[in-house]
Ligand binder design. Structure first.
Ligand code: TA6
Length: 300
């Protein structure tokens, strides 16, 4: 559906409006000063700011909006494998739904201050020779004082399936040198920058001082991004998701990424919610798995 057709079916004047960017349809939501954006391609949230607050979600100023291209920034949905697919070097990084055509199924505005969008996808819209199983995924996003998201996966394959998943959230921060992450102490992480070695996180706030790419395993339900300069804390709560991923490409990698570039990386940090590596999901035939996250902002 193009923006005009979406507006006719789902539009709510001044609250949920549809437009196109780079040939891609997006929903722009506004309510009581809250602002949000979601592209149907990849069901990618690219913006959210509660009323009166700075943007919470980072999207690269050099992000490419084009059919089949994943957005650099926002909340890409990673499914059904995280990172490179083990034993399949030809498989694309991070699965196959983050640049696929999700269908908008409903728009809900009955709760004050909130807008809920529900989208769906199945093997009919997106599949891969590297993971040919039948599935249905439903994505429910509520924009409001908080940003609440649920990814539900149904197994329609007739046999047990194994998958990884993540909400690869890019958060906007004042400066990577002035931000830190708490809530992961004592957990084991796979350090992808240091030969995939397994290490234990100490008790201190995580401060980044170089390229960082870590998959934290079996983590608690709450992590916090402390931003000293902007005097705010971004609280990331999760359920049905055992892993947390912390990433920033730093100078060299960022400069080599055309859709990120030499400067913008300082203003972002990924703190992702998912089920990766040892935490991959095994789902029985006919079963459903739900993963949720709730993102909110406190004054620091
Ligand atoms: O989540 C961190 C990570 O897996 C890193 O390894 C890095 O590759 C990042 O994702 C971005 O991946 P992308 O395929 O979007 O360039």
């Amino acid at each position: 559906m193009n923006a005009q057709q979406l507006s006719a079916e789902f539009g709510v004047k001044g609250v949920v409006e549809f437009s196109e960017q780079g040939g891609l349809a997006k929903a722009v939501v506004s309510r009581d000063g809250m602002h949000g954006e979601l592209f149907l391609q990849g069901a990618t949230v690219t913006a959210w700011a509660p009323a009166g607050a700075r943007p919470v979600i980072f999207t690269s100023p050099k992000a490419v909006f084009a059919p089949g291209t994943a957005v650099r920034g926002g909340i890409p949905i990673i499914f059904p494998w995280f990172g490179p697919k083990q034993d399949e070097p030809k498989a694309p990084q991070h699965g196959f739904v983050r640049a696929a055509p999700w269908k908008l199924e409903s728009v809900e505005t009955s709760r004050p201050g909130e807008v809920t969008l529900r989208l769906g996808i199945s093997e009919a819209e997106a599949t891969s020779p590297f993971w040919p199983d039948a599935y249905r995924a439903t994505y429910t996003v509520t924009f409001g004082k908080a940003l609440s998201i649920e990814l539900a996966v149904q197994n329609r394959a007739g046999h047990e399936i194994r998958f990884e998943e993540a909400l690869h959230t890019y958060f906007a921060i004042s400066d990577i040198a002035k931000a830190s992450v708490t809530g992961l102490s004592g957990t084991t992480f796979i350090d992808k920058v240091d030969g995939f070695q397994r290490k234990t996180q100490d008790g201190a706030p995580i401060k980044l001082s170089g390229e960082t790419d870590r998959v934290y395993l079996s983590t608690p339900g709450r992590a916090v991004i402390e931003d000293a300069e902007w005097r705010r804390r971004i609280v990331v709560e999760k359920d049905g998701a055992a892993s947390s991923i912390v990433w920033n490409p730093w100078t060299e990698k960022a400069a080599a990424m055309k859709d990120l570039g030499a400067e913008a990386w300082r203003g972002m940090i990924c703190v992702e919610t998912g089920n990766a590596a040892d935490n991959a999901v095994r789902l029985a035939a006919g079963g459903e798995h739900r993963m949720t996250t709730r993102i909110s902002v406190d004054a620091a």
